[in-house]
Design a protein around this ligand. Structure first.
Ligand code: HEC
Length: 78
């Protein structure tokens, strides 16, 4: 599954030992706000995944639309 393959190594395992550690975003779209307080919407997560954010790289052009939808659907599950 895409989250496990592309996101979990940073967001759960922090294999690059980033400081501060990337937040746990599992279930992020079941809440009203993302960990940093931005609105927890599909649009905002798409924006972050496409643009990157600080130490998070951009995934622009990396995912097909069905893959992006599957990723968002996963973040809607708790
Ligand atoms: C190289 C490590 C790395 C990878 C890979 C990565 N991220 Fe991130 N991500 C980060 C870091 C670091 C932040 C925190 C950025 C900040 O706020 O400074 C972040 C932030 C986020 C946020 C915003 C959280 C918030 O509250 O601001 C979302 C959403 C997110 N990542 C989703 C994903 C998804 C989905 C994937 C997989 C497609 C992914 N990330 C892959 C490092 C990563």
């Amino acid at each position: 599954m895409l989250f496990n393959e592309r996101c979990a190594h940073c967001h759960l395992e922090n294999d690059l030992n980033l400081k501060p550690a990337p937040p746990d975003i599992r279930g992020a779209l079941t809440r009203t706000a993302l960990p940093d307080g931005a609105p927890a919407t599909d649009l905002e997560v798409r924006r972050i995944v496409l643009n990157g954010k600080n130490k998070m790289p951009s995934f622009s052009g990396r995912f097909t639309e069905p893959q992006m939808e599957a990723l968002l659907a996963f973040l809607h599950t708790s």
